[in-house]
Design a protein. Structure first.
Length: 476
């Protein structure tokens, strides 16, 4: 294994299946919170040799994190991972390995020689040290840079907060009250948008932190004790996801038609519990079927609702109201500082609205492509006919994403598109399937990034919603 590849991920996480509960419940949420890109064994491409997937993950990751426990040191694949990443370090002169000790264990000499992060006590300092090591730029981003959307949101927040404080004066309050309807509508719509995105995120969590693992362990159930232990962890994860989904639906006052699918997830919890208690494979299969039915239908429906909520979000009306206030409140009513705060908040609000419009369209386009790829993927193992018939439209759709863009993701997607196009032209089924898998993975990674960016923007908009609520309270 030689040659240093460009990093696609910040970190590859190598761990024993017996420690999946800690990885899922402790490690991954912390990485996702700060936007660290990771890959791990549950994200490996199905049907590919595990050795190839491990080597690819190591090559395409800036760092490799070894979750060291007694289970890991007894696991044959774990030992192989640690040796392989060490070999890659010798080949490239880049020491990528970060040992993370979560339980007391007797380390072999090759691992004792490396500086490790000890998370026995799970201290905040140790976690921060790990995060900084995985993504050297992350601390700088957190401390020195605020994303433009967050900066804009906080600028709008400050302007609205200043307006709320100024409404103590009766004449200013009277001027603002005229825009009660616009302020109320935007406040409610921001909350609705946030609720749909929360549901979207929970289904994403369901897919990668519960469903994928259950499917994986179903292959070894009920004859493998390790599989049973891991399924117990997945049961807890699934229960928490369902509880979180219920909380969002209650808080968001969603209609019964929008939430009827939750009954499938609730039954999946019951079926999984029964499968574990009775070692009944049929109940485990039904668990998988129920969750898969939700994941096959609901993300698209929620995405449609999210897009609809974003399109009707009346940020332009809020811009108009703020512009009127800025223009009509007299110098005697506003200090120069307050005047500038209002002006800055208007400019920031315009930027937020433009960014939201662009992101919603991008997210919708990628969601459509993802659904198309899922449909083709479901038939690919039988033959390549479905892909051949769909390729002209799919190729045009993909080209529209990367055209005139020189960012790395666009260049890589273009390369994979051209490789798949050549394979289809050559009528080589084996090569077509191999190229499609690479193309599918690349497109999926980009959709994940677009989805993450929209999630952050929706979170940023909630920053705007807080002082809006204060302004509305001042009108009462």
């Amino acid at each position: 294994m030689s040659g240093q590849a460009k990093s696609v991920y910040d970190v590859f996480i190598s761990y024993s299946p017996a420690d999946q509960g800690w990885v899922t419940n402790e490690l991954l949420p912390k990485l996702e919170h700060v936007g660290i890109r990771y890959t791990e064994q549950l994200l490996f491409e199905l049907g590919r040799p595990k050795l190839d997937e491990i080597e690819r993950a190591i090559k395409e990751s800036h760092r490799t994190l070894l979750v060291l426990t007694p289970n890991y040191l007894e696991d044959t694949w774990g030992q192989f991972d640690s040796i392989l990443v060490g070999s890659y370090g010798l080949d490239t002169g880049s020491w990528k390995t970060i040992p993370v000790i979560t339980k007391t264990c007797d380390l072999p000499a090759r691992l004792r020689a490396l500086v490790a992060v000890d998370l026995h006590q799970s201290s905040e300092q140790s976690w921060q040290r790990l995060i900084n090591a995985i993504s050297p730029t992350q601390l700088e981003k957190s401390n020195k840079q605020i994303s433009q959307n967050e900066y804009n949101s906080r600028t709008v927040h400050n302007g609205l907060e200043a307006l709320s404080e100024m409404m103590i004066a009766p004449d200013i309050r009277a001027t603002v009250v005229a825009f009660r309807t616009d302020f109320q509508a935007v406040c409610e719509q921001i909350e609705i948008l946030g609720n749909y995105k929360d549901l979207h995120d929970l289904l994403h969590t369901l897919k990668f932190q519960s469903y994928s693992g259950i499917v994986q362990e179903a292959k070894r159930f009920p004859n493998d004790d390790t599989a049973l232990d891991i399924l117990l962890d997945h049961q807890l994860t699934l229960q928490q996801i369902v509880a979180d989904v219920r909380e969002v639906t209650v808080r968001g006052n969603l209609t019964q038609n929008e939430t009827v699918w939750i009954k499938d997830l609730e039954e999946a919890v019951t079926q999984l519990h029964g499968a574990i208690e009775s070692l009944e494979i049929r109940q485990l299969k039904r668990t998988v079927w129920l969750i898969n039915r939700v994941l096959a239908i609901q993300p698209s429906r929620i995405n449609t609702s999210l897009n609809t909520a974003a399109r009707v979000l009346r940020l332009p009306a809020l811009v108009s109201a703020m512009n009127y206030l800025h223009s009509n409140l007299t110098d005697s009513q506003l200090s120069p500082n307050r005047t500038q705060q209002l002006k800055n908040s208007i400019d920031a609000l315009i930027d937020l609205n433009n960014n939201l419009t662009d992101m919603v369209k991008s997210h919708n386009d990628w969601q459509e492509m993802d659904l198309e790829l899922r449909r083709i993927e479901a038939n690919l193992e039988k033959d390549i006919f479905e892909l051949e018939m769909s390729w002209t439209d799919l190729k045009a759709m993909t080209e529209s994403f990367y055209q005139d863009i020189i960012e790395e993701w666009a260049l890589l997607l273009k390369k994979d598109t051209e490789s798949l196009d050549n394979a289809i032209t050559e009528q080589n089924p084996a090569k077509v399937k191999r190229c499609f898998r690479s193309f599918r993975r690349r497109a999926g990674e980009r959709f994940y990034r677009v989805d993450t960016e929209l999630k952050r923007l929706c979170g940023n908009l909630r920053i705007v919603g807080e002082p809006l609520a204060s302004v509305l309270r001042m009108m009462e």
